[in-house]
Design a protein around this ligand. Structure first.
Ligand code: HOZ
Length: 424
């Protein structure tokens, strides 16, 4: 038995499913998860000393790779000054100013501890501001595990084939309406049928939790117009796309201005951080300036702020970084596509910026139903092959591959070779 397998056996006795978040359990691929001991650049090592090229990157945060010197230095310095005060600090102000300067629609921002918390709070703000209760979300989009969003959710919920979650009272989801991604007519129908009741439409501007699903031309623009027409707020969930597609996230990339935006992952530089922000008139509704209550003992934690500030500063200042990363990633995904095409494997590679995935089904894949047609058994074979070759992919068909600035050309080529050898 390997060290990872032994740890997993122990873990299953004292942690539900042996893990602290379901997608880590490798459940759908039937392999014991690797217990990771350290990371550096684009590499991670497991408890048995095996080295992998990492395409999970902590599910998104590690856009600069593991152990970036600027982030580590900032954290080391912050740790020495104290771990938590539960009081205002200068770094929080600097963080808020930095985010406002980078993301076009953010006029005010509140720090929280995770993407889930950010979404929960943004929805409360939208309801408080509009005085309406209903929210439209899209099947296959994942907005964390807050009760109201566990309706046809992506990520682990989709991987487990669940329509929702036990333990969520009907009352918590009765105001959640589920729409089809990339289908504006469906959204209009829902708005018509619930006229005057919809507080907000929440969307991942690039679906990245049902595999990667791109917005078709006009989809995001259409959502903006529909929100204006029906007096609903548009919430972009940029937990994955924020600071990934570019310094200003998906909203800058596509040129759409949402009313509210949620962040997580990259914003914390690897520490547990989330944030939500947007129009000042909406954000002023948040306590203590307004009546929408939201709080947190560890929100704006000094060490987490130091990590996030350092990472965002690199992303803002190294202006050529995104072009270089996105170009390298684009080439990589195109070559991966060719390998699958040459092998005659039914597939669809969707990618944008440094995000992408291979669906084991013919394309196009433009929504939850399309993604759901994937041959997950075939994906499992591919996943196991790649893992054995030292390539650490997300253990689910319905997750993304995350490339970082630390991925070298040599490692990208090694990964393509590993994919090629799957068909040999
Ligand atoms: N939401 C992340 C990407 N789908 C995964 C994080 C998790 O659920 O553990």
């Amino acid at each position: 038995m390997s060290v990872s397998e032994a740890l997993f056996e122990r873990a299953k006795e004292c942690i539900p499913g042996g893990v602290n978040s379901p997608v880590r359990a490798f459940g759908s691929v039937g392999i014991a998860p690797r217990f990771i001991t350290r990371g550096n650049g684009d590499r991670i090592w497991d408890a048995d000393g095996k080295e992998y090229i990492d395409y999970i990157g902590s599910w998104g945060p590690m856009i600069l790779g593991h152990g970036h010197p600027a982030v580590l230095e900032a954290v080391e310095k912050a740790v020495k000054d104290g771990l938590s005060f539960g009081a205002a600090t200068q770094r929080e102000v600097e963080m808020a100013e930095l985010i406002c300067s980078m993301v076009p629609s953010i006029e005010m921002v509140r720090m929280v501890n995770s993407g889930t918390e950010a979404v929960m709070s943004a929805i409360r703000a939208a309801r408080g501001f509009t005085g309406k209760d209903k929210i439209i979300k899209f099947a296959g989009c994942y907005h964390g595990h807050t009760d109201a969003m566990l309706v046809k959710a992506g990520s682990g919920v989709m991987t487990q084939g669940l329509p929702g979650s036990a333990g969520v009272p009907e009352g918590c989801t009765k105001d959640t309406l589920s729409a089809t991604y990339n289908d504006l007519e469906n959204v209009r129908d829902l708005l018509e049928a619930n006229a005057g009741e919809v507080a907000a439409i929440i969307v991942e501007p690039v679906g990245a939790n049902m595999g990667v699903v791109l917005p078709e031309k006009g989809f995001l623009e259409g959502l903006r117009s529909l929100c204006d027409e029906y007096e609903a707020l548009l919430i972009f969930d940029e937990v994955i796309t924020g600071f990934r597609l570019g310094a200003g996230g998906a909203q800058e990339y596509f040129g759409i201005r949402p009313d509210l935006t949620t962040f997580g992952k990259i914003i914390g530089g690897g520490m547990p951080v989330g944030a939500y922000g947007g129009r000042k008139d909406i954000m002023k509704m948040i306590a203590p300036s307004g009546p929408v209550y939201q709080a947190g003992t560890l929100s704006g934690n000094p060490v987490a702020m130091a990590a996030g500030l350092a990472q965002l500063t690199v992303l803002k200042e190294e202006t050529a970084l995104y072009d270089k990363l996105n170009t390298a990633a684009g080439r990589f995904f195109d070559e991966l596509d060719q390998i699958f095409t040459q092998a005659g494997e039914p597939h669809c590679v969707n990618h944008i910026g440094s995000l992408g995935c291979v669906f084991f089904t013919e394309g196009p894949v433009k929504n939850y139903a399309d993604a759901g047609r994937s041959d997950t058994a075939r994906f499992t074979q591919y996943f196991a092959h790649m893992l054995a070759q030292g390539i650490y992919l997300a253990p689910s068909q319905f997750e993304a591959m995350f490339l970082s600035t630390a991925h070298t050309q040599e490692d990208l080529q090694r990964t393509l070779e590993a994919a090629r050898s799957f068909f040999a």
